[in-house]
Design a protein around this ligand. Structure first.
Ligand code: FES
Length: 115
């Protein structure tokens, strides 16, 4: 357990870093949750969020388009382009609920997700 932003986090080994496409995402299953992991090489950062898009309940965000809105990393769902901040989880172009975002760390070529 580790404390990140006043939350107790347990790290889970998710996938080999090399298996996540550059500037793209993959979905993994951790403790029954589908989690989207993004390798945002343009920014040199990794992000993770729920794979479920809250708009029409599609497991889709890992296949979305990552980008940037005024410096804020975001993911746009491939279905109807609802966009979510990969930092706060807030929906940036609608009044949908926030998505869950998770801390990511890379250790010895593996991606770890904090739940
Ligand atoms: S299902 Fe994701 S934007 Fe509609």
């Amino acid at each position: 357990m580790e404390n990140i932003n006043n939350k107790s986090v347990e790290w889970h080994k998710a996938i080999k870093a090399i298996e996540v496409p550059e500037n793209g995402g993959v979905a993994v299953l951790i403790e029954g949750k589908q989690i989207a992991i993004f390798n945002f090489t343009v920014k040199g950062e990794w992000y993770a969020c729920q794979n479920l898009c809250p708009h029409k309940q599609e497991m889709a965000l890992a296949r979305g388009l990552i980008g940037d809105l005024n410096g804020e990393p975001k993911i746009a769902c491939p279905f109807h382009k609802k966009s979510f901040s990969l930092e706060s989880g807030a929906c940036l172009n609608d009044d949908l609920c926030n998505i869950d975002v998770y801390p990511v760390k890379i250790e010895e070529d593996f991606v770890y997700i904090g739940l």
